[in-house]
Ligand binder design. Sequence first.
Ligand SMILES: Nc1ncnc2c1ncn2[C@@H]1O[C@H](COP(=O)(O)OP(=O)(O)OP(=O)(O)O)[C@@H](O)[C@H]1O
Ligand SMILES: [Mg+2]
Length: 551
Amino acid sequence: MKFSELGLSEGIVKTLTEIGYEQPTPIQEETIKLALEGRDVLGQAQTGTGKTAAFGLPTIEKINAENPAIQALVIAPTRELAVQGQEELFRFGKSKGLKVRTVFGGSSIEKQIKGLKAGAHIVVGTPGRLVDLIKRKAIKLDQLETLILDEADEMLNMGFLEDIHFIIEKTPENRQTLLFSATMPADIKKIGVKFMKNPEHIKIAAKEMTADRIDQYFVKTKEFEKFDVLTRLLDVERPELAIVFGRTKRRVDELIRGLKLRGYRAEGMHGDLDQNKRLAVLRDFKAGHIDVLVATDVAARGLDVSGVTHVYNYDITQDQESYVHRIGRTGRAGKSGRSVTFVSYNEMGYLRAIEKLTNKEMKGLKPPTKEEAYQASLSVAMDDVLRDLSDESGKAKLAKFDKQAASLLEKFDAKELVALLLQGRVKDPDNQEEVKITAERPLPYNGEGKGFKKKGKGGGGRYKGRGNGDRDGNRDGNRGGYRGNRDSKDGERGGDRKRNWKDRDDNRGGYREKRDDRRFDDRKQGEKTPRKRTTGTEKSAGFVMRSRGDK
Ligand SMILES: Nc1ncnc2c1ncn2[C@@H]1O[C@H](COP(=O)(O)OP(=O)(O)OP(=O)(O)O)[C@@H](O)[C@H]1O
Ligand SMILES: [Mg+2]
């Protein structure tokens, strides 16, 4: 199938060719035509399979560039995702010269109002800031044609629902509504369908809910060992870019500090960081100036950074959907990735609950030993030396040390000098910086832990208990999860309400295919179940169609 067969105009098809999209992905193939016909669509497909273009291209196609009014609104759960959405839609809409504006908290509302005044065919924004701008009459939605909820299940979750209601009430009843996500729990789908008319549910049927090309592992580890396990894994697996998800902001801060102390180029993202800093960190990560991004769930959904080969869940997620999104930061657009989820003995029930949702078994991974990490670091050093010496321009740069090198060689044994060179490039496992990470209490026990006879299935995802004080009660005021972090300073709200029942963390991680880490996989390799990806359409015949606005 070609993009031109989906009813898109020549200009847009040309743009797609220019940006390297050769053919539509399954979700694009299934939804673009329908959306162009004006149908309401609920689109569900694995992470990294092109949902942005699936809703973005038909939306752009339908916009009348001559009409200066806002004709499409995309609502996204985080600021970074709003920025990314704006960039993508702008790119797709180039041939039509469309104005796409982004609005989000933590950054000057006046500037955003100015931008909106200069014209906006499409607005991409986070709920809290959108509500503020609507209240200030800087955003008028009376001519809106298309409303899109990206990460729809997240947007329809408790924390955001009030804002979403407010926004939807300001849109015309005859608008088109598009909801997209990789996950769509049934209870949330029911809420979404109420905002839609005769919706078509397109679900790209896949054997597993997680993206096809992510090798998923877990490591059983005790809290106090986690940090050493993490750095050894980083040394052995050698991610190109890695994301480490932590449960709380404090944890993220401590991990960044610890990783830096041990010589990794790491930076973090969580809700207490200044918004400019958050955006700068993401930019640096995309540019490869940072190797390890440490984040709370604020980075779990939607972010598209090519080159993320590994996702490490330093803390396992409390709910299964978060897991799907976290690890979906790798293995995108046909690339492969690897995720490693740290799990304490008591938390095994959560792991099983995740596997139940994703329909994919995680493989147990033996944490690398100190010696293995050392050997890995040694082999990196050797590779680096070989690379530098086989590179002519690199060699030329060494010429300036000729005199000193000759004088050292006169005085010392050549082998000793080379050993000294290697020493400077290898991490000494017996001389590592001591790093202390404050212990987080594990998730409340929900079955299947070691030492527990109970065979109960976890079902841990939707734990609503109030009893886990350190997470929900957040004794230290340092709660992770990104709900916390559309922090209301800037009119991004929604976090607090939700935190009470669900405080997520994101754990996404991918890796590059062939690292030799396989060595540490203590289950049999090569017995991956064949992954067939069938495309199917689930018609939404049984949906409740009448919505609030439907009369
Ligand atoms: N038809 C296509 N051909 C080639 N690349 C594509 C195509 N469609 C999308 N991509 C690329 O695939 C990557 C993932 O797309 P996108 O971010 O839209 O995924 P997604 O399904 O929204 O994932 P998530 O569930 O994580 O939000 C992006 O880099 C995008 O540019
Ligand atoms: Mg997306």
